[in-house]
Design a protein around this ligand. Sequence first.
Ligand code: EPU
Length: 417
Amino acid sequence: MKRIRIEGQHKLQGTIRISGAKNSAVALVPASLLSDEIVKIDNIPNISDIDALNEILAYLGAKVSREGSVMSIDSSSIVNKEIPEDISKKLRASYYFMSSLLGKYKHVEMYFPGGCAIGARPIDQTLKGYRALGATVQEEGNKYTIDAKELIGAEVYLDMPSVGATINTILVAVKAKGETVIENAAKEPEIVNVATFLNNMGAKITGAGTSTIRITGVDYLGSCFMEVIPDRIEAGTYVLAGALMGENLRVENIIPEHIDSLLSKLREMGVPIQEERDAVVVSAAMKLNKVNVKTQGYPGFATDLQQPLTVLLTQCMGESILEETIYENRFQNVPYLNDMGANIQIDGKKIHIYGPTTLVGKEVQATDLRAGACLVLAGLKAEGTTVIDNVEHLLRGYENLIEKLTNVGAKIELEEI
Ligand code: EPU
C-alpha cells in the first residue's frame, strides 16, 4: 500500500512539463495489434495503466521494447487466446484489445473490463457496434465470446457519444469489408490521435474529431510511427494547482485548445492566465468569483477535471454549482473535502459549493483516480498536513506526480506502508 503526505500552503513556482495522454496511450497500445508490422509510439507515459496493457501484450506474445520515450510493438507473432479476467479487469482500456483482436481475427474471448468505480459504465454501445458489423456476442457472466464469419461495414448510431464505443467501433471497422459510418461519435482529441495512428498504418478513416466518422475497411495495416498527444487532464490538474497556489506556474508541452473549457471558466473566476503556443502560465488570485459548471463531452467541460476543479470552487466567493452529467458516482471526493473544511452539499447530479472556506489537512482516501488528484490539490492548499491513502489509483494516471510537484516547490512525499 502506498500513501501520499503533503505539507500544504507552499507556493508553486517554475515549470511542469506535461506527459503523453493516458487516455490516448491506452488506446494506441491495443490498436497497435491491428498492424502486421512493427509500430513505434513516442511519448508513452510511464504509468501503471500502461504496465497493465504491456502485461496483456506480453501474454498474447507480442514483442515490446522501449528506447527512451519510444515504445516499439511487434505483434506479427501473437496468439489470439482468451485474455484472463484478472488482467482484463485491471483497467477499462483492456477492452480495446477485445476490438483489435475481433477486428484482426474475427474471434475474441475476453472479460468485462475494469476501471474506476465512478458509475455503472456498461459496454452496450461497443457491443452494438460489433453486432452492427455482423458479429455474434455470447455473454456468460462476465465473459464475452465474440465471433464473426465476416465483418461488414455498417451504420452505427451511438445512443450517447461514448469515447470507448467510438474507439472500439473504429478498431473493429478498420479491416471490415466496405464502409462503416459512426453517427453521434465522441469528439475527444484522443479519438483523433487513434484515427491518425491507424491512418498512418494504412487505414482509411475520415471525420475523427466530429460527430460523424467514416471508415473504409482495408486488408492490410503496416508499420508506422506516432506520438501520443499531451495529456489534457494532467495539464488541467496542474493548471488548477497553479490557480490554487501558483506564482507564475508554467504548465508546458500542452495543446491549450484542448483545455479551453477549463481556461475560460478560470478566467470567469478571475484567475490570471497567460496563454502561449504550447504552455499556460497561471497564478493564484486574491479573490475568486463563483461559477457554475456542467460536465459534457469534448469540447465541453471534461468530467475528468470536475473533481480537481471542486477544490478551487471551495475558494470562490458565494455559491458555485457543479453538475456532473456523464457519471452517476463521481462525488466520492466530496465527503473528504468537507472533512477538510469545505462546505459542499450533494443534490443528485449537482453539488453546491459555498465558499470561500479554509481547508485543513486530514487523513483522506483516494477512492478513484481523479478523486485522488482532487485530494492532492486540496492538500497543496490546506493548512497543515494531508495524508492520502489508497494512492495506487492516482499513480495509474499521473506520471512522476511527486517529482513534478516537488520541482515547483510542493512538499509532497510518497510513503510505502
Ligand atoms: N456509456 C454507456 N454505454 C456504453 C458506453 C458508455 O452507457 O456502451 C455511458 C457511460 O456509463 C458513461 C458515459 O456513457 O456514463 C460516457 O462513457 P464513455 O464511454 O465516454 O467513457 P469511457 O470511454 O469509459 C473514457 C475515459 C474516462 C473519461 C470518459 C469521458 C478512458 C480509458 N477513459 O471513458 O477517463 O472519463 O472517457 O471522457 O479513455 C479517467 O481518466 O479518469 C477516466 C475515467
